[in-house]
Ligand binder design. Structure first.
Ligand SMILES: Cc1cc2nc3c(=O)[nH]c(=O)nc-3n(C[C@H](O)[C@H](O)[C@H](O)COP(=O)(O)OP(=O)(O)OC[C@H]3O[C@@H](n4cnc5c(N)ncnc54)[C@H](O)[C@@H]3O)c2cc1C
Ligand SMILES: Cc1cc2nc3c(=O)[nH]c(=O)nc-3n(C[C@H](O)[C@H](O)[C@H](O)COP(=O)(O)O)c2cc1C
Ligand code: SF4
Length: 671
């Protein structure tokens, strides 16, 4: 039997396998912190999906310690009924449940309030000042944790986890970087862990029978952070205090540079924290959990085989695919939708939006349940009125819509104008660290192929061929085209090559090492083109009107690329507009309107966004058949918007079958 399938003991509890859900915020609760149906649906799906234990997301222990605007909290008895309903739902699917409790301490950002921590400090994220906690305040916080633990016990939780990782209050006390106290809570490692160990004891007293575990960062990934010896001493101290397990994370959420060690970017290897977890596991006899870029079953298997951990704390992989375990264990015959480490989920949480996932845009809704997420598994799909569906465009959107529609029993064909399928995917995976993004395309393609959907390339669709196919509905998935430069490029010297960045992403060999290239536009496309070219020894300048590069990317991912560009010597001009181009010069308007003359070099690349490719619209209006535009052809976006549109339109075809659209000529568009 594979290691991940083997049962294991967590204190007195027998977990049915080694895969547990890591604590992951979702922002699905009410603004008052009460549990909603969406919370229950989200956790139920992951329990049904086969994990052995769920750690619910971080809950604030007092009204001022809340992580996000719509996360659950645990600071009053009024929260018990909702939490009890959550526990009941999870346990009804043969799954254990722990609840994570947290206090942001010095990282708490509440306008008008002064955050507290171990010592005077400036929160680098916000610039806010932090004042040291008094002894009375330390006791107050400990009592808050104890009361919250009692509530979890009453609600039926098996256990509780103290969040002492990722830079929050307990880590602030543990790290000598931030803790400069001279009382019994500062100085030696025993003193720095005292606050946490005392809190464990208070919680055990308040809720005897509730199992206590602790999450902490194996290392802070900063030279002045705590040492490995400190971390081992902490692990041993917690074991002595009676915690049943340690859950290992990394880094600190203070800055994008450090928070990428908490929620890793794609440059991190799979299972990146496991080697750092091993010395800690070797130092204790209680079970150790570890998280961090564990994506596929073989990653989890390798972590367990290396002796670095006893259990896997699986995070984003379970956002992306709640049925990960069922698939890994061979109980559901479908490939796993892999997390691509894009961190869009985290950005949504930081922006106080409900969390969703690029690979699973319908998270927490009925559409992520197994029968709807994997309709191909249904041997007798509902085919009340089988529709004939023509999909134009074989990019992610078109192929995903074809997958869902075919799996629902409709008769589908995909016509692709070019001689290759995938649309923009080839460009999206061109830059460094982008290979994993291909998983967003691989799944729909594998499944549509397995369903026998014909995907015809090199087809030039026209009114006659569409009429001859006689579809009930056309799904327009013809993607986007790059926008032209917003200035006159004809006045540029003929010796300078002017191209779209897309051209170079498709064929990087068009630019020789050493060439001086100016890229106009520093969104995702311009930034990734710069990254690709800089890695190939091209001398790049980048001009971007906004204050940041790669605005469409998640903050931690774009910060990493921006740091890499600067290290590679790419000249980045932010808050800068191109006014005009003439000869070999771009006339720019820099920050505060300052005029700047910029030498283009040998090549100018345009990366100023994309616009829907609606070239087929007049043809479809002429044919007079109903059609619906999805993905980039509806509005240029990303894989999440493409997969969301495609999946929902795939299901909508069932509805069209019941109530077919009668379209008047000239109004065929449904979207
Ligand atoms: C450099 C780059 C990096 C990116 N990185 C990311 C990322 O990291 N994460 C993310 O989420 N998104 C990313 N994106 C965006 C993502 O790639 C797109 O949103 C997505 O691929 C669009 O898919 P689509 O199927 O809607 O359109 P497309 O991929 O454009 O596909 C449309 C298809 O339709 C075909 N077609 C056009 N006209 C016709 C016609 N008349 N008849 C038949 N076929 C036709 C085209 O040839 C093409 O194959 C990136 C995009 C680029 C360019
Ligand atoms: C959107 C989001 C929310 C998270 N919320 C929490 C949380 O509430 N508590 C916590 O300890 N970690 C949280 N994490 C970190 C994860 O538990 C996990 O450690 C991290 O994502 C790395 O593991 P992974 O690669 O399996 O996702 C969060 C991560 C993400 C992406
Ligand atoms: S949004 Fe991106 S990083 Fe987050 S879980 Fe989904 S695929 Fe992974």
């Amino acid at each position: 039997m594979s290691l991940i399938r083997q049962p294991g003991m967590l204190g007195p509890l027998k977990l049915k396998n080694r895969i547990t859900l890591a604590p992951l915020g979702t922002n699905f609760s009410t603004s008052d912190g009460l549990i909603t149906d969406r919370d229950r649906a989200y956790y139920a799906e992951r329990a049904k999906g086969g994990v052995s234990m769920i750690m619910t997301s971080a809950m604030g222990v007092n009204g001022r310690a809340r992580s996000h605007r719509f996360t659950p909290v645990c600071y009053h008895d009024r929260f018990i009924p909702g939490l009890a309903s959550l526990v009941e739902t999870i346990k009804s699917h043969d799954c254990h449940v722990f609840g994570q409790l947290n206090h942001h301490g010095a990282l708490l950002h509440e306008p008008g309030a002064v955050a507290v921590g171990p010592s005077d400090w400036i929160n680098p994220k916000t610039g806010d000042g932090v004042r040291p906690m008094t002894r009375d305040e330390i006791v107050e916080v400990q009592k808050d944790f104890a009361s919250a633990a009692r509530r979890l016990w009453v609600a039926g939780y098996d256990g509780v986890e103290i969040h002492a990782a990722n830079g929050y209050l307990f880590q602030q006390f543990f790290t000598p970087r931030i803790n400069h106290r001279t009382d019994e809570y500062g100085g030696s490692v025993e003193n720095r862990m005292r606050f946490l160990v005392e809190t464990v004891k208070r919680m055990q007293d308040a809720a005897p029978g509730l199992l206590v575990m602790v999450r902490f960062s194996v290392t802070e990934f900063t030279p002045d952070g705590y040492t490995q010896d400190d971390a081992i001493a902490l692990a041993r101290g917690l074991e002595q205090a009676g915690v049943v397990a340690l859950d290992l994370s990394g880094g600190s959420n203070e800055t994008p540079q450090l928070s990428k060690y908490c929620i890793q970017t794609p440059s991190f290897p799979r299972g990146c924290l496991a080697p750092l977890a091993k010395p800690i596991r070797d130092a204790v006899s209680i079970p150790v959990f570890v998280a961090g870029r564990i994506v596929e079953p073989q990653d989890a298997e390798a972590v367990l085989a290396s002796g670095s951990a006893d259990f896997i704390s699986l995070g984003r992989a379970l956002y992306a695919d709640p049925h990960w375990c069922l698939k890994a264990f061979g109980e559901v015959d479908a490939p796993i939708r892999q997390c691509i480490a894009c961190n869009v989920c985290h950005d949504r949480l930081s922006a106080e939006r409900d969390v969703t996932c690029v690979q699973n845009p319908l998270m927490g809704t009925p559409f992520e349940t197994l029968p709807l997420a994997e309709p191909q598994l249904d041997p007798q799909p509902p085919r009340a009125a089988r529709q004939r569906v023509l999909v134009l465009g074989a990019g992610v959107s078109g192929v995903e819509a074809a997958r869902v529609a075919a799996a629902r029993g409709h008769q589908v064909e995909v016509w692709e104008r070019s001689d290759r399928i995938g649309g923009q995917v080839a460009m999206a995976i061109a830059a460094p660290d982008k290979k994993e993004v291909e998983a967003a395309w691989r799944y729909p393609l594998q499944q549509a192929t397995a369903l026998g959907v014909p995907i015809r390339t090199g087809v030039v669709a026209d009114a006659a061929s569409i009429r001859a196919f006689a579809p009930d509905l056309v799904v327009l998935a013809t993607g986007a085209v790059p926008r032209p430069a917003p200035f006159d490029v004809d006045a540029i010297d003929a010796s300078i090559t002017v191209l779209q960045a897309w051209d170079v992403l498709r064929q990087p060999d068009r630019v020789a090492p050493g060439t001086r290239v100016t890229i106009v536009g520093g969104g995702t496309v311009g930034m990734e083109t710069a990254d690709l070219l800089a890695a190939r020894g091209v001398r790049v300048s980048l001009v971007e009107p906004k204050a940041v590069l790669g605005e469409g990317m998640s903050k931690s991912n774009r910060t990493e690329v921006a740091d890499r560009l600067r290290a590679a010597g790419v000249v980045v001009r932010l808050k800068t507009q191109v006014v005009s181009a003439e000869g070999g010069i771009l006339e720019l308007r820099g920050p505060e309107g300052a005029p700047v003359r910029h030498e283009i070099g040998e090549m100018l690349l345009v990366a100023v966004g994309a616009q829907p490719n609606l070239g087929m619209v007049p043809v479809l209006e002429d044919v007079g058949l109903p059609y619906v535009a999805i993905g980039d052809c509806s509005a240029p976006g990303d894989f999440m918007t493409c997969l969301r549109d495609a999946r929902m339109v795939g299901y909508a075809i069932d509805q069209y079958a019941v109530r077919p659209a009668k379209v008047a000529p000239g109004s065929a568009r449904l979207s």
